[in-house]
Design a protein around this ligand. Structure first.
Ligand SMILES: [Zn+2]
Length: 219
């Protein structure tokens, strides 16, 4: 038996009264959890099968790569996400990014705390929080480390190439090119510890696409 905190990411109906949950756990990274005997009498089990729910779970390893849910205590259903379609949309993008990461988290605890905090505060600025989330996941995994100076020649830099910071002279095929103001925002979104810093930031669709492509390329 294992006891941990879990965030429900994805739900697959399995049979009449069973569902398989993909969850991010604080201690074991991403796991699949079978929930059996779902009835209205077990409202905590039912709530657990709703996406974005934060709970404390007791799970048991079964023969395959699957856990079964033994008990659950719901901490927060994050119902505020359902107040606005934009909140739900960007919350969905964040959880999808986590599911798409096919490697083991070096520090699942950090990613868990990050996702929990970002889901809770998404109303502050959904798109900027999503961008900041992707950059912070890459930073945490050691895949980017945006600096203000070129890694090769130490000139002022505003571009990323395979996760490395580079200046305009060292741009190569496949580099991601940013304007100075865009790069300042990227830098801020990566390192900020305060949501109030990013509350007013208005990001272009082009910027969002570039960050998403960097995330896809490096993960
Ligand atoms: Zn350079």
């Amino acid at each position: 038996m294992k006891n941990t905190l879990a965030l429900t990411l994805k739900v697959i109906p399995y049979s009449d009264r069973s569902k398989i949950i993909t969850a991010l756990t604080k201690d074991f990274g991403i796991v699949s959890i079978m929930v059996n005997n779902l009835t209205f009498k077990k409202s905590n089990f039912v709530s657990f099968t709703s996406p974005f729910t934060l709970s404390e779970v007791i799970i048991k390893e079964t023969k395959s790569d699957l856990f079964s849910l033994k008990d659950v205590n719901i901490i927060d259903q994050n119902l505020h996400l359902r107040k606005d379609f934009e909140y739900l949309r960007y919350a969905g993008k964040m959880t999808k990014a986590i599911i798409d990461l096919h490697f083991q988290f070096k520090k699942s605890n950090t990613i868990f705390v990050l996702l929990e905090k970002f889901l809770k505060n998404i109303f502050i600025n959904p798109k900027s929080l999503y961008m900041s989330f992707l950059l912070k996941v890459l930073l945490n995994e050691g895949l980017i480390n945006p600096k203000l100076r070129c890694n090769i020649c130490n000139s002022l830099a505003t571009n990323l190439s395979s996760g490395e910071t580079i200046c305009d002279k060292h741009i190569q095929k496949g580099s991601f090119i940013f304007s100075k103001s865009e790069y300042d925002i990227l830098h801020l979104l990566t390192y900020t510890k305060s949501f109030s810093d990013i509350k007013q930031i208005d990001l272009s669709t082009n910027f969002e696409e570039k960050i998403y492509l960097i995330f896809k390329e490096l993960t």
